[in-house]
Design a protein around this ligand. Structure first.
Ligand code: MEV
Length: 412
């Protein structure tokens, strides 16, 4: 009998010591499982972890001063190890989105310090950035980029960067370089991109990409979306893509709404247009090439160039003050863009056909192809497509204007 009770007492002692040792980490298990399944560590407080970590380290230190019960010492060691493992294993994920844009008036002239009017549109680019521990034995950080819309993937060893990457990857590597001190050698960065904004159509897809890219890194490593800093750095990414842009595209994508923009200074205005159709000509264009073309024109025709640029600015001022005349002002701005050499025969032809039906249109963005904006009070998408059936129009959309800029998203 005495033997049974001593076995029982020993069992109780071992069980209670085990409970003491492992009891502290049990509350972490459900949280760990939620983080693992949702791949999102939101709600998991690093500060609570830090407090527990310090408390347990102190407790271990006390043991060296005065030996207390061994299970309590082991409990602290188990706690320290499990917090460390949870923090290391934890994937860090952020998702942001930012909008495309329409330049209502003043494109190209804005590169020369003239005022331009721009509005954000309800087409967004979404980007997810995750930092996780690598599963393989590599000792250098890795970058995996997935463009979901085109099914393109790139896997890059960040300790061995080449010069021959596609331009978007060069942009990503530029931003990574700014943040690389935060990234450990055992990390893998995953970037996923999905966009509603057509690429190379003058609707600001590259600016939305630059803004989201910088936004993701800011949110992951600085835990905030500081718009001023993000706008400044995304301008530098835009320079990689387009040479010497004015900064209007990244600024509207960062701040959203509608803006009058001039020499890096923005002024929010209450500007909304209903019945604004975006006509995608489907003709590919390069912003960099068009900006270069205008530069050549302005440099070799200085007086005329200056006159045109001033006329564009006057036209923009009228758009702001007399929005009821916006249709005519579209036509005026379009004529000036034509003088700068950024219209094409196809675009002129489309604009002429539309004008016959009193649909007043102009290029939006760099020109040379891409999109037109058209004011139409009574035509539907299909009716406009019918009018332009010989012009191989890619798409027509009516979009919301003046939407929110860069923002954090919860899910794709
Ligand atoms: C491109 O969206 C607008 C341009 O004026 C170029 C720029 O401002 O950087 C053509």
């Amino acid at each position: 009998m005495a033997e049974i009770s001593s076995i029982f007492a020993a069992t109780v002692r071992v069980v209670s010591q085990a409970l003491m040792i492992f009891g502290g980490v049990v509350p972490y298990i459900p949280q760990y499982l939620i983080i693992k399944s949702s791949q999102n560590a939101e709600g998991f407080s690093n500060y609570v972890c830090l407090t527990l970590l310090i408390a347990n380290i102190l407790r271990v230190e006390f043991w060296f001063g005065k030996h207390f019960e061994t299970p309590l010492l082991v409990q602290s060691i188990v706690m320290i190890l499990s917090i460390k493992i949870t923090l290391l294993k934890m994937k860090k994920t952020v998702i942001v989105s930012s909008p495309g844009k329409l330049i209502i008036g003043g494109e190209h002239a804005v590169v020369y310090g003239r005022r331009a009017l721009v509005t954000s549109i309800g087409m967004r680019l979404y980007m997810q950035l995750t930092e996780e521990e690598q599963t393989n034995e590599s000792t250098s950080p890795l970058l995996k980029v997935s463009f979901q819309d085109t099914n393109q993937q790139h896997l890059i060893d960040l300790s061995n960067i080449q010069n021959s990457y596609p331009i978007e990857i060069q942009g990503i590597l530029f931003v990574y370089n700014r943040f690389k001190s935060f990234v450990s050698d055992r990390s893998q960065l995953n970037i996923q991109v999905h966009s509603e904004i057509p690429i190379g159509a003058g609707l600001g897809s590259s600016a939305a990409f630059s803004v989201c890219l910088v936004g993701c890194f800011y949110l992951l490593y600085h835990k905030t979306l500081n718009r001023e800093d993000i706008n400044e750095l995304s301008y530098k990414v835009e320079c990689i893509f387009h040479g010497t842009p004015s900064g209007i595209d990244n600024t509207i994508s960062t701040y959203g709404q509608s803006l009058v923009y001039c020499r890096a200074v923005k002024k929010h205005i209450n500007f909304r247009l209903s019945n604004l159709a975006i006509i995608d000509t489907g003709i590919p264009k390069s912003t960099k090439r068009m900006v270069e073309l205008v530069r050549l024109f302005v440099e070799s025709n200085q007086q005329e160039g200056e006159r045109i640029l001033n006329d564009v600015e006057r036209c923009v001022d009228s758009m702001i003050e007399h929005s009821e005349q916006i249709g005519q002002l579209f036509q005026e701005n379009q004529q000036l863009l034509k003088c700068l050499g950024v219209s094409t025969l196809e675009i002129d032809n489309i604009i002429e056909i539309l004008a016959k039906k009193n649909i007043l249109a102009k290029i939006t963005g760099a020109g040379g192809g891409g999109c037109l904006i058209a004011l139409t009070s009574c035509f539907t998408k299909d009716q406009i497509l019918d009018l332009l059936q010989d012009n191989h129009i890619k798409s027509i959309a009516f979009v919301e204007c003046g939407v929110e800029g860069l923002r954090e998203e919860q899910t794709f």
